[in-house]
Design a protein around this ligand. Structure first.
Ligand code: KG4
Ligand code: ZN
Length: 335
């Protein structure tokens, strides 16, 4: 089954063609970073307008690069929520129109479920059940995943998401937006032991997170030591990253042990972090737990992961209806 995936929940317009929920034939991501960069964050109205400009060329490019005829597409999967309403509506309305025009089924997909399913695009996917650490700009949660569609929340952040903390620290250091990649590269040049930032484990037996304390600690450090030079910036980035990575690594490994899972997955934009990938691979390996992290370009928002979920739903005979609407907030499922 060939599924066209579409994603427009935030500031990336993405389309992908995926065969049988496993093989990525094409994955196109048009980033709006340059549009939002001057504002230090995503401006929802500008995001919606850019999605409207990008959606047709991005879908055309994805179908073209996949080398398939539009008529060969069996179904469409599109992000339904959570995300920015105006942005979601662009992809969602387009998907409805595309499916109606081609007389094929279509299905709305949850963005978080799509991130979790991104590991199934890897050559060696996890077996169920596994635990998943979802770390992005909007979410930081741990799930017990028992099937492609059943994921039970074990813990989540009580304040900022990890990616949000990265973006805010980068902003404090004057490094621009988004900040995750920049801090990651800078951290590699610094000494992680030079500045010891707080590690908010909360209760070590629980899986909730808190990142606002680390962010405030960086702010206090900058108040006491203003205008750091490049070397000090690198030490701050390294100290901050060490604190975030230690908490994320310890909690997800503890979650795998608590659920007696031999596999764990790390997904979402922050899963691209080199320090995090290294630490989790090392520590989980030592604990005999197999680690699954998508390739870097499947960590951030993309449409291939949306097509994976769509494939499983459409193959089970499900589809959405013309009256279905987008949603902005996370849909919690019973644990
Ligand atoms: O999954 P994503 O593309 O969008 C959301 O659904 O939020 O994640 C974006 C987040 C941003 O906060 C960005 O700074 C962060 O992922 N990010 C990183 C890295 N690359 C992107 N954070 C840490 N290290 C990275 N290498
Ligand atoms: Zn995302």
């Amino acid at each position: 089954m060939i599924v066209l995936g579409i994603e427009s929940s935030c500031d990336e317009t993405a389309a992908a063609v995926v065969r049988d929920g496993r093989q990525v034939c094409s994955s196109v991501v048009a980033s709006q970073v340059a549009v939002h960069h001057p504002y230090g964050g995503v401006v929802p109205e500008l995001a919606s307008r850019k999605h409207i400009e990008a959606i047709v060329p991005v879908v055309d490019q994805a179908i073209g690069e996949a080398g398939v005829d539009a008529g060969a597409i069996d179904g469409v999967a599109v992000t339904q929520g959570p995300g920015l309403i105006g942005s979601l509506l662009v992809g969602f309305s387009f998907a409805k129109g595309f499916a109606y025009g081609h007389r094929i089924p279509w299905i709305g997909v949850d963005h978080l479920e799509a991130h979790i399913n991104s590991v199934f695009l890897e050559a060696d996917p996890p077996s169920f059940p596994f635990v998943a650490l979802l770390v992005s700009g909007g979410h930081t949660s741990i799930y017990h995943v028992t099937s492609h569609r059943d994921f039970h929340p074990m813990g989540q952040t009580r304040d900022d998401a990890a990616g949000e903390a990265y973006d805010k620290v980068a902003k404090m250091l004057g490094l621009g937006y988004p900040g995750g990649g920049v801090i990651d590269r800078l951290a590699a040049q610094g000494d992680p032991t030079r500045i010891a930032f707080t590690r908010p484990f909360l209760d070590r037996k629980q899986f909730d997170f808190s990142f606002s304390g680390i962010k405030s600690a960086v702010m206090r450090h900058l108040q006491l030591h203003p205008d750091p030079g490049p070397e000090d910036q690198a030490h701050i980035a390294a100290g901050f990253q060490a604190a975030v990575v230690e908490v994320l690594t310890e909690k997800i490994i503890h979650a795998a042990k608590a659920k007696d899972c031999a596999h764990l997955a790390v997904v979402g934009g922050v899963a691209a972090n080199q320090g995090l990938r290294r630490a989790i691979t090392r520590d989980a390996g030592a604990a005999g737990i197999q680690v699954h992290i998508p390739a870097i370009d499947l960590c951030g928002d993309n449409a291939a992961m949306v097509a994976v979920v769509g494939y499983h739903r459409l193959a089970a005979g499900e589809h959405s209806g013309m009256d279905d609407d987008v949603y902005s907030r996370i849909k919690f499922r019973p644990a």
